[in-house]
Design a binder for this molecule. Structure first.
Ligand code: URA
Length: 188
């Protein structure tokens, strides 16, 4: 299956109950050849309405961090989520919803073959890096698994609620820029 076929199939997904309440499936946004993959938790209201990840205020914050390190969803990064449909009232996605949705992310990962994966927030980091991952304690550290580097950082919506963490979150993105310079060949 190629990228377009995967997207087409994903946009019609009915693998869990979230398909009955969603407006749009949020497949992701960015370039399918990116070396850097960012993964959030799941769509919120604006994402559900627009069919795109990280739009609205938290998206603007994320884009500002990305632009500060010369990343841009139109040029050199791909942004996806653990679940592709909005959980009602923005509750955490249920284990069965994550389990049903994860094969889509796995296929995206398989086709992208990213060199670096950045987990945005606890839900993504605990799903992808380690089930007891602590964003507060471990953010900004790169861990290698099967030749791919994984890093967790703060969830942009959490930074809007707690702006005190913005400077440390920004440092994580600065560390990401250094890591990209070190190991990526086509990002910059
Ligand atoms: N928007 C997304 O697409 N994902 C999140 O995790 C938060 C906001």
């Amino acid at each position: 299956m190629n990228w377009e076929e995967l997207k087409e199939e994903c946009l019609h997904c009915e693998r869990c109950g979230l398909c009955t309440t969603r407006t749009n499936v949020v497949f992701g946004d960015g370039v399918p050849t990116a070396e850097v993959l960012l993964v959030g938790e799941g769509p919120g209201q604006h994402e559900d309405e627009q069919g795109l990840p990280f739009v609205g205020r938290s998206g603007a914050l994320l884009d500002s961090y990305l632009h500060a390190i010369d990343l841009d969803r139109k040029k050199n990064v791909f942004i996806a989520n653990i679940v592709k449909c909005r959980p009602p009232k923005n509750r955490d996605p249920l284990p069965e919803e994550r389990a049903a949705c994860l094969p889509w992310l796995r296929e995206q990962f398989r086709l992208l073959r990213p060199k670096i994966v950045v987990c945005l927030g606890r839900i993504a980091a605990q799903q992808i890096i380690r089930s007891d991952y602590s964003v507060t304690k471990e953010h900004g550290q790169f861990v290698e698994k099967d030749g791919v580097l994984f890093m967790g950082t703060f969830h942009p919506p959490a930074l809007l609620r707690n702006p005190n963490n913005k400077p440390v979150a920004f440092e994580d993105f600065a560390a990401l820029r250094e890591k990209i310079r070190e190991i990526c060949t086509s990002t910059y």
